[in-house]
Design a protein around this ligand. Structure first.
Ligand code: GAR
Length: 209
């Protein structure tokens, strides 16, 4: 069974979707949850599902690489086959990312390559985009720029606020992230030469369609 470790900072609704997706038909198990935020609601979700948790809280005056060294120690305790970033709101050092090359996924709330970084929903509204969405991708050192595996699209309506749009996107995230975790656990999904490959077929820039 594929040992899945999930990193969170907040609500953990994607964590919940992945826990629920790892049912008897899927050879994957969430073996641990790490949060940088001790107040994250996702930690309660983990406890409710009898999943072990750790908090790695940033110290004042700590460098990014010092933090990531402590994070790496916490990650290694779980011996994961796959590290899943699910609303983990910290930028990781290149060193940590490269340590898990091809074994680390992220979900980002935009149709990448559009809107890397923060405030994606407001930016889509401001740009008068008619569609928006979320992308699951392999993590590479360049922020939100690793090869896309799967995207979900949602419409943007004229009277949308960022909050309403975020909710619409979040709901679709819960459909795509567990599916990608399943593909990975079935060893159907790999990163090869910087591209996402599913069943031996290289996915296009925008992922599986
Ligand atoms: C999700 O919408 C995810 O795409 C986003 O945070 C939310 C976490 O929700 N991630 C990022 O913005 C990463 N930069 P959740 O805690 O309920 O899963």
């Amino acid at each position: 069974s594929c040992r899945v470790l999930v990193l969170i900072s907040g609500n953990g609704s994607n964590l919940q979707a992945i826990i629920d997706g790892c049912d008897d038909n899927v050879q994957a198990e969430v073996v641990g949850v790490i949060s940088n935020n001790p107040e994250a609601y996702g930690l309660i979700r983990a406890h409710q599902n009898e999943i072990d948790t750790s908090c790695v809280i940033a110290h004042q005056d700590e460098t990014r690489s010092e933090y990531d060294e402590r994070l790496l120690s916490a990650i290694e305790q779980y011996q994961p086959d796959l590290v899943v970033l699910a609303g983990f709101m910290r930028i990781l050092t290149d060193e940590l990312v490269m340590r898990f090359e091809g074994k680390m996924l992220n979900i980002h709330p935009s149709l990448l390559p559009k809107y890397t970084g923060l405030h994606t929903h407001q930016r889509a509204i401001d740009a008068k985009d008619v569609e928006h969405g979320a992308s699951v991708h392999f993590v590479t050192p360049k922020l939100d720029s690793g090869p896309v595996i799967l995207q979900a699209k949602v419409p943007v309506y004229e009277d949308d606020t960022a909050e309403v749009l975020a909710e619409r996107v979040n709901e679709q995230e819960h459909a795509i992230y567990p599916l990608v975790v399943k593909w990975f656990s079935q060893q159907r999904l790999k990163m090869q030469n910087g591209a996402a490959v599913l069943d031996g077929n290289e996915l296009e820039q925008h992922g599986y369609a």
